[in-house]
Design a protein around this ligand. Structure first.
Ligand SMILES: Nc1ncnc2c1ncn2[C@@H]1O[C@H](COP(=O)(O)OP(=O)(O)OP(=O)(O)O)[C@@H](O)[C@H]1O
Length: 308
């Protein structure tokens, strides 16, 4: 397992927990695999960034864990780009060393902040499920987030109790980044009136995930029963199924076909669902963003990638 370590409280706690679990397994003479601590130096905060790397490397050494690091060749301030650079490094490290898992230390609070961020920026039901606990990167590699149900406060309290220091990232305190603004301004404001808001939102996320799993199972089932041909993708029309399931089925189809979803709005998905439900008889053909052409026949709907 490759563990992404920033030197912050969450990933310090994750690395130590995994190292202890490994030690326990070794003691019981059980196979424990191997751990690699991987740190990506974004190089944005000069000596402070180097000190984070130094801290992470010393922590790994202290626990007898192999340490790998890389430095950004194109330092940038954009959160999404930084995260993508980091993921690329973690995936490369995993592949080069034959690791099957990458572990990240996102906490319950990170999940709640992410959902609030998505909610305000605009999202569908999937975005309200928050960060996934596991995700397949490919057939041989799985991304896991074992700390997702543990609060930031609990993690810090445990580190303090263990006498284990961590690095405080000064850019985490800056409200310049929208995620930090949610963490440092918005959530504390909400908590002045709703002190238990964070665990309450987490429970709503868990509930949403259960709904999502159910809808996904129906969507998968629907595709199996209604897809008549793959090239071009041909589906049987269906007046009985709810729009939510039809939309989830189509979103799965988009993903499997590698079609771009970026410009598909809620209105587009609903229009597509209506085409299946037989309420779109007057429009036999229409186009969707990303070059997908929809042809509506009496008993079938055909989808074609017109850019191919
Ligand atoms: N520079 C980095 N190098 C390697 N892994 C990282 C780095 N920064 C973050 N990660 C991993 O990604 C996870 C989520 O990143 P995020 O920026 O939300 O974390 P963070 O606020 O720095 O948390 P932490 O308290 O773990 O440092 C971290 O918990 C850690 O596992």
């Amino acid at each position: 397992m490759v563990v992404g370590i920033s030197g912050g409280a969450d990933s310090t706690a994750l690395l130590i927990s995994l190292a202890r679990m490994m030690a326990d397994l070794h003691q019981q003479n059980r196979h424990a695999g191997f751990l690699i601590a991987a740190h990506f130096n974004h190089g944005l905060r000069g000596p402070e960034s180097d000190a984070d790397q130094q801290f992470s490397s010393e922590l790994a050494e202290q626990w007898g864990i192999q340490f790998v690091s890389a430095r950004s060749t194109q330092p940038c301030q954009d959160e999404a780009t930084m995260s993508a650079q980091r993921m690329e490094f973690l995936i490369d490290t995993a592949k080069q060393n034959g690791a099957r898992y990458i572990a990240l230390a996102h906490s319950l609070d990170d999940n709640v902040e992410t959902v609030l961020h998505q909610l305000m920026r605009g999202t569908g039901p999937a975005g309200l499920c928050g960060i996934g606990g596991t995700r397949s990167v490919d057939d041989d590699l799985v991304l896991v987030r074992p700390m997702l149900r543990i609060s930031r406060d609990r993690i810090r309290a445990a580190l303090q109790e263990a006498g284990q220091p961590w690095r405080e990232d000064s850019s985490n305190a800056s409200v310049q980044y929208s995620r930090n603004w949610i963490r440092h301004e918005l959530i504390p404001l909400i908590q002045t009136r709703y002190p238990a808001a964070v665990p309450a939102i987490d429970r709503a996320i868990q509930g949403q995930k259960t709904w999502r799993t159910t809808i996904d199972a129906h969507a998968e089932n629907w595709i199996q029963q209604h897809q008549l041909a793959t090239s071009p993708a041909t589906f049987r029309r269906d007046t009985n199924t709810d729009a939510a399931i039809l939309i989830a089925a189509m979103q799965r189809h988009w993903k499997e076909s590698g079609w771009p979803r970026g410009s598909m709005t809620r209105d587009h998905w609903q229009r597509l669902a209506k085409a299946f439900q037989g309420k779109e008889k007057t429009v036999p053909r229409f186009d969707l963003p990303g070059g997908v052409e929809v042809q509506v026949l009496d008993d079938q709907v055909i989808l074609r990638d017109s850019t191919n």
